[in-house]
Write a protein of this length. Structure first.
Length: 322
């Protein structure tokens, strides 16, 4: 009798173990929500929806993209950390995630402890733009005037602490010039005032810039990445004129802090596979962006590197979110 009970107990234990394994491999068994910290139609939104469509087909499960704009990503990030670390709520963040601690001194979360990096998804250079009929033909022309007449030039950007704002601040810092930074409520209004002649210079990201450059309404003086953008090879990089200059806007996928390792690995594998599909690569190329797909550790390293890089520059410029 004792042996019989022992056999039954062993069988039940095996069934239970198999049940746990099945539960672990069943992810996702319900819709997955991806928060986007910005309004619909922007680069982050397009990226999240494009990837969501691909992984939804892979999983046979719905992916719901929710736009939760506000406070440079803080609103959506706060919503994420209120969710359980079960992978059913994720967020696509932009590079501002790494710099928000300097812009918002009283963040309602810890930028590192409260999030689980899953993958760096994609990146895009920003561009320094002038109107097509601008007297500035090169970045060297801009720097020369800024040094000859300090404070005489200003540049538009998409808002305090955005990648386009920081791109301008980095140029000021490394080239040792005085440019006035003028914030706008997004990149589109900045380009509109550039076209209207209200401002001489504007930093804009790739998705906002490519169409205007191709249409001939604006001229790109330089790309902000260390190397020239492959889709605009005739546009020099700022680093060719200002040694050491290199910045970009990037987008990445985060989960709630404390997610199980096997779940993180599955999400990483599935989203990296989605990034490597031709449909996603083609969509990103049209936006002037590049698919990346990294390990969770590499993404964590990227966030921390940007945090260390931009902190001194933001403090020196006295930038604070409104």
């Amino acid at each position: 009798m004792g042996r019989w009970f022992g056999a039954v107990a062993t069988a039940l234990a095996l069934l239970a173990a198999n049940g746990v394994a099945a539960a672990q491999t069943a992810f996702p068994s319900k819709p997955v929500h991806i928060f986007v910290p910005y309004a619909a139609g922007g680069a982050v939104d397009i990226l999240a929806r494009t990837l969501g469509d691909v992984v939804s087909r892979q999983w046979g499960q719905t992916v719901v993209v929710e736009n939760r704009p506000g406070a440079g990503g803080v609103v959506a990030s706060q919503a994420l950390i209120a969710s359980p670390p079960d992978g059913y709520t994720l967020i696509v963040v932009a590079s501002g995630h790494a710099t928000n601690p300097f812009l918002y001194p009283k963040l309602p979360y810890d930028t590192f402890k409260d999030f689980t990096p899953i993958s760096l998804l994609a990146s895009s250079p920003n561009f320094l733009l002038v109107r097509a009929d601008s007297p500035f033909k090169t970045l060297g022309d801009v720097i020369a005037q800024a040094k000859a007449k300090p404070g005489s030039l200003s540049f538009a950007h998409a808002g305090l602490g955005t990648s386009t704002h920081l791109a301008g601040e980095l140029l000021k810092n490394l080239a040792q010039i005085d440019l006035e930074a003028i914030p706008y409520k997004g990149g589109a209004p900045a380009i509109n005032d550039l076209l209207g002649g209200q401002i001489p210079l504007s930093f804009n990201n790739g998705p906002e810039s490519v169409g205007q450059i191709q249409a001939g309404t604006v001229r790109a003086l330089a790309a902000t990445t260390a190397n020239r953008a492959p889709f605009l090879p005739d546009v020099p990089s700022i680093g060719e004129t200002v040694p050491g200059y290199d910045t970009e806007v990037w987008w990445g996928l985060l989960g709630r802090g404390g997610m199980p390792r096997d779940l993180v690995e599955k999400l990483n594998k599935d989203f990296v596979a989605a990034l490597n599909t031709e449909a996603v690569k083609e969509r990103l190329n049209k936006l002037g962006a590049y698919a990346i797909g990294s390990s969770p550790k590499a993404f964590d390293t990227k966030i921390r590197a940007d945090y260390e890089k931009w902190g001194p520059i933001i403090r020196a410029a006295g930038i604070r979110a409104e």
